[in-house]
Design a protein around this ligand. Structure first.
Ligand SMILES: NC(=O)c1ccc[n+]([C@@H]2O[C@H](COP(=O)([O-])OP(=O)(O)OC[C@H]3O[C@@H](n4cnc5c(N)ncnc54)[C@H](OP(=O)(O)O)[C@@H]3O)[C@@H](O)[C@H]2O)c1
Length: 306
């Protein structure tokens, strides 16, 4: 099969496009013929060696949408031909390719009304947003939330989910993405190129932080006493707040079929629409990784595999 993979750690230039062996379905697994795979903020970090995987060749990518082409022993709830989408098990990478083997228990049925491209775009982003907003922050109607990095993939899903819950949503992005982030439903959008969010946002009940570095640590300042912040771009643990009257959280992001079903439900009810997508052919995965690594774009970068 064709795949985009690395054989050593480095920048996007180490990503190679070529042939690797087809996977086979082990017990409890299905093989998926990938139609689309998305590029996530984690992928340049994996390429750089931040996650310490050492087995080469290493195919990048964490989420996918496609069609089941083989079923392993013990799988009774999926069959050949089913259209599915999902996120690989925690700690695994390998969706920038034509075929992948994955546990049937983490895969969801792709709704007919959702394209493969949009399903791939919403898989890891939707999973992460649901885990952060519903499970970690337990956001409630009437609360005010600051969602950092509104133009990114996870934040786009989170903004829509937070609006559905009934929160007042404030978000941040660069000048060129202001209209896009407003179109997702954010009540207030701050241009971080011209305005320091700590000067204009205060008394938030919650923060969902998706940018990292000093944006993460400075986000504590906008919380009211008793407020909570959850972080996905600061590594495996939340940064430590300098003040003692707020809570710093790091969401667990478990791979389970129920989250794919929740994404499908939220999309089916019209609560969450897909992010803006920029498409790349699988053979051009390196270009997509370059854009992702630069960290300034709109919505999702998706690889069209077949
Ligand atoms: N399981 C997990 O823990 C998990 C899952 C998914 C993602 N993540 C992490 O979450 C982060 C976000 O991932 P993602 O895929 O949604 O997006 P991403 O591709 O990493 O982020 C790109 C976005 O960040 C925005 N951005 C960059 N600097 C900013 C700043 N100073 N203020 C506000 N926005 C800024 C950019 O918007 P502008 O062009 O407008 O600057 C761009 O749209 C990544 O670090 C990723 O590794 C963790």
């Amino acid at each position: 099969m064709k795949a985009a993979y690395i054989e050593k750690f480095g920048g996007p230039e180490v990503l190679t496009y070529g042939d690797l062996p087809d996977p086979v379905a082990g017990a409890g697994q299905v093989v998926v013929d990938v139609v689309a795979a998305s590029v996530n903020g984690a992928d340049p970090k994996v390429a750089a060696g931040d996650y310490k995987q050492t087995k080469f060749p290493l195919i990048l990518g964490r989420d996918f949408s496609g069609k089941v082409s083989a079923v392993g022993d013990g799988v009774s709830d999926l069959k050949v031909g089913d259209e599915v989408f999902g996120v690989l098990e925690t700690g695994r990478d390998g969706t920038y390719c034509e075929k992948l083997a994955v546990g049937a228990n983490v895969v969801g049925k792709k709704p007919a009304g959702l394209s493969h491209v949009d399903a791939a775009a919403m898989a890891l982003t939707g999973l992460t947003a649901i885990c952060a907003v519903e499970n970690s922050l337990q956001l409630r109607r009437g609360e005010t939330i600051l969602i950092q990095g509104g133009a990114g993939g996870v934040a786009a899903f989170a903004i829509q989910l937070a609006k559905h819950i009934g929160a007042h949503v404030i978000s941040t992005c660069s000048t060129g993405n202001l209209d896009y982030v407003r179109s997702l439903g954010a009540d207030e959008v701050i241009d971080y190129k011209t305005t320091d969010f700590t000067k204009v946002v205060k008394n938030c009940d919650a923060v969902f932080e998706t940018v990292g570095d000093d944006v993460a640590t400075r986000s504590f300042a906008v919380l009211k006493p008793g407020g909570r912040a959850t972080f996905i771009a600061s590594g495996a643990t939340a940064p430590k707040p300098e003040r003692s009257d707020v809570t710093a959280l790091r969401p667990a992001v478990p791979r389970e079929r129920k989250y794919m079903e929740r994404i499908a439900e939220l999309h089916g009810k019209g609560i969450v629409r897909p992010q803006h997508v920029t498409l790349f052919e699988l053979a051009k995965a390196r270009e997509a990784l370059n854009v992702s690594a630069a960290r300034h774009f709109k919505g999702k970068l998706v690889l069209k595999v077949r």
